[in-house]
Design a protein around this ligand. Structure first.
Ligand code: NAD
Length: 459
């Protein structure tokens, strides 16, 4: 099928490349010229395991192109994905101006032929109908421009389209895997024609043709109304964020009563009603999705006169949790002024280069405010030389250089590589071999044997 993906960030680029890989003809549109040039040269502007290889194959097979020309993308696509960012405004509401610009742009280029416009961006509930309205405004602007230019006063044929909500559930760090191995596909809308086209688009993924385990039953496809699909995305992220805040609350109680939250999490996670995932206590959730989606849902509830008390509590537990490493550093080192703290990991989770709303940022800001010197080592950030707006932090090129002269280390991101560092050597290089394991990730016995004082979260 002919597909256009507008916005080539973590969601749009992965979607475009994966759809090209399964045989569709894809044009990816982005208004960032630098990014488009990079992608045209076969390079991915983001890091996701497996993405670069698939992207280069798709380019070679002629299944994918990159452009800044929205008109060309709209003309090409039978299915047009909107995958631009919806970052949070200071009041927690989603900033939908990029979605609006794209919807208007689509409208101003629509001319004949049925199209499905797909909201893949996470948008406030009710946005499906709003996008339809904005697209129609774009169509009216196109019509007015035609009249103004003295040309034909009617479009060649009446624009015919439906809007579908197709929320994205991929996880950064395993986005390609998740696209080929989804737990479900959600399609919101009221047009059987649009739903049928979306099912055809995803058929190879639904049948597990590209899955790691091809013997699994087909992927469930849930067809809902527009608002329910939009709500499913928010509810899923709000649930997962709340589950993490829950175990962090339990961890803080464990810390006080002398229980070990890792054992508690195992004990409750084995209950099939609870499940073991998202029960890792640590320094809290971050990233580009959980904080903004939970805030947006709270904001939507507020708009309708409902106070989302549980979600507000999940947020406030998380805000406190993001400072737990600082509290533990103060307990161990007492005065932080004049001390050097080394952060193992900067990105908000492993296997991504994304620093949006990463807990490391809060930690750096607070350590600096308290007069500590901050160094960091992150396998991706250190290697790529990307600074991600990181000021007040010295980014080292390896873990030993990081440890050299530090008064404490903090595990901020549970990169696999951190399990196998030479901790004995690192302990020798430090002023004071203390490690705050903000992800309960390291083997406490081995770390203590290497000469460290080990402090976990809730254990
Ligand atoms: P991103 O910021 O990484 O990428 C957005 C892209 O859109 C950028 O490349 C930007 O240049 C481009 N863009 C902005 N305005 C444009 C315009 N007018 N025309 C063309 N391109 C334009 O965003 P993301 O992380 O990929 O997220 C996209 C959406 O998907 C958001 O709504 C997000 O909430 C949702 N989502 C993200 C994830 C995730 O893990 N990142 C997961 C699920 C859902």
């Amino acid at each position: 099928m002919r597909v256009c993906v507008i916005g080539t960030g973590y969601v749009g680029l992965v979607t475009g490349v994966c759809l090209a890989h399964i045989g569709h003809q894809v044009i990816c549109v982005d208004n960032n010229e630098e990014k488009v040039k990079l992608m045209q040269s076969g390079q991915s502007p983001i890091f996701e395991p497996g993405l670069s290889e698939l992207m280069q194959n798709a380019i070679q097979n002629g299944n994918i192109e990159f452009t800044t020309d929205l008109g060309a993308g709209v003309q090409h696509g039978e299915i047009l994905f909107i995958a631009v960012g919806t970052p949070p405004l200071p009041n927690g509401e989603s900033d939908t101006r990029y979605v609006e610009a794209v919807a208007r742009g689509i409208g101003s280029h629509l001319n004949g032929g049925y199209k499905v416009i797909v909201n893949k961006s996470t948008v406030p509930i009710g946005s499906g109908d709003w996008v339809r309205m904005i697209v129609l405004d774009g169509v009216a602007e196109q019509q007015a421009a035609l009249v103004g230019s003295g040309g034909t006063t009617v479009l060649d044929s009446k624009p015919d389209f439906d809007v579908v909500s197709n929320p994205e559930f991929l996880r950064e760090g395993s986005a390609v895997y998740d696209t080929f191995n989804p737990d479900r596909i959600v399609l919101g809308g009221n047009s059987p024609r649009a739903a049928a086209m979306m099912k055809e688009l995803y058929a190879p993924i639904v049948s597990r043709e590209f899955a790691e385990d091809k013997s699994l039953p087909t992927v469930p496809v849930l067809v809902t109304d527009l608002s329910s699909a939009e709500m499913i995305k928010y509810a899923a992220n709000a649930f997962l964020a709340t589950k993490i805040s829950f175990i962090n609350e339990v961890a803080n109680i464990c810390d006080r009563v002398g229980a070990d939250v890792t054992q508690v999490a195992k004990g409750i996670g084995l209950d099939s009603r609870i499940g073991g995932k998202f029960l890792n206590a640590g320094i809290g959730w971050g990233g580009s999705c959980f904080p903004k989606d939970v805030s947006a849902l709270i904001h939507t509830a507020d708009d309708y006169g409902y106070e989302a008390q549980l979600l507000k509590a999940a947020v406030s537990v998380n805000q406190r949790q993001r400072l737990i490493a600082l509290e533990k550093l103060q307990q161990v080192l007492k005065i932080l002024k004049g001390k050097t703290v080394g952060l193992l990991g900067l990105t908000f989770k492993p296997d991504t280069d994304d620093m949006r709303d990463a807990p490391a940022l809060d930690l750096i800001e607070n350590l600096t405010r308290l007069g500590a010197k901050v160094k960091a080592y992150d396998p991706l950030v250190s290697q790529s030389g990307m600074r991600h707006g990181l000021s007040n932090v010295l980014v080292e090129t390896d873990a030993e250089r990081l440890a050299d002269g530090c008064d404490a280390l903090v595990v901020v991101t549970e990169w696999k590589q951190f399990a196998n560092l030479d901790y004995s050597k690192m302990a020798e290089l430090m002023n004071n071999p203390v490690i705050i394991d903000g992800r309960n990730f390291l083997d406490q016995t081995a770390i203590e044997k290497a000469g460290f004082r080990y402090v976990g979260v809730g254990r």
